[in-house]
Design a binder for this molecule. Structure first.
Ligand SMILES: [Zn+2]
Ligand SMILES: [Zn+2]
Length: 236
């Protein structure tokens, strides 16, 4: 059934694929952001577990501004998604192959986006990346609150992977869901493990991206601290 759905997606006219891609990006972006916000609210207010990482107030109308920008950028990233889907050569892969495609996507994304993110921190691109860094205290919806050009940067590594290696529509869809999830958690501004003994690496991972927003010159990675460790930009 899933394969049939993925095949029918590939057979759709391009305008239809674009509309479906926008709706799916929007639904996943809003759903992950809301799920992370509600679960962190529950941990903070009801379970009294964990702690807020950055207590500074949000800038005026921050939530409204982030949700508006994020929603509009779902349209921008959907353009790249459509290109990737058109270039993808098969709807589904077998279990092990799907895992290989996903690991390949994650590895290439991690390396490519690290350098793109460092490029975004250079002076000529400051005006573009400054839009994202307006959110000093982040929220689960800050991830797509970026300049439209940066929204293209966010998706560029996926297009690069599709151009370099055969990848299924299924792997592309799962990867996009993962990317939205890591974006919501990374900007969640909450450490659920803060009051537990141990879990040092997990606590460090949880505050990784918040420290990037607080200090600006550390922790450029998305999925893991490996690239930051390799290039000495990691702040634990
Ligand atoms: Zn940055
Ligand atoms: Zn960010």
């Amino acid at each position: 059934m899933i394969e049939g759905w993925l095949t029918s997606w590939q057979a759709m006219p391009i305008a239809g694929v674009f509309v479906v891609a926008v709706v799916l990006h929007l639904a996943i972006y809003l759903a992950w952001g809301s799920a992370v916000a509600v679960s962190y609210w529950f941990l903070r207010e009801k379970a009294h577990a964990g702690r807020v990482l950055d207590e500074r107030p949000l800038f005026p109308s921050q939530l409204k501004s982030e949700l508006l920008r994020g929603s509009l950028n779902c349209g921008v990233i959907a353009v790249v998604t459509v290109l990737c889907l058109e270039l993808s050569d098969k709807p589904m892969s077998s279990g092990p192959m799907l895992a290989v495609e996903l690991l390949g996507l994650i590895a290439l994304y991690e390396v490519t986006f690290y350098f793109l993110h460092r490029l975004l921190h250079t002076k000529p691109l400051h005006a573009i990346h400054g839009v994202h860094h307006k959110s000093v205290r982040t929220t689960p919806w800050s991830g797509l609150s970026v300049h439209p050009v940066e929204a293209l940067f966010i998706e560029a590594p996926i297009l690069l992977f599709v151009l370099l290696a055969p990848v299924s529509v299924a792997a592309l869809v799962v990867f996009q869901v993962l990317l939205h999830y890591f974006s919501a958690v990374g900007h969640g501004n909450y450490d659920p493990f803060a009051r537990l003994p141990g879990f040092g690496w997990l606590k460090s991972y949880t505050r990784m991206h918040q420290l990037h927003h607080a200090h600006g010159t550390v922790n450029y990675s998305t999925f893991s601290p490996l690239m930051d460790r390799a290039f000495r930009t990691h702040e634990p």
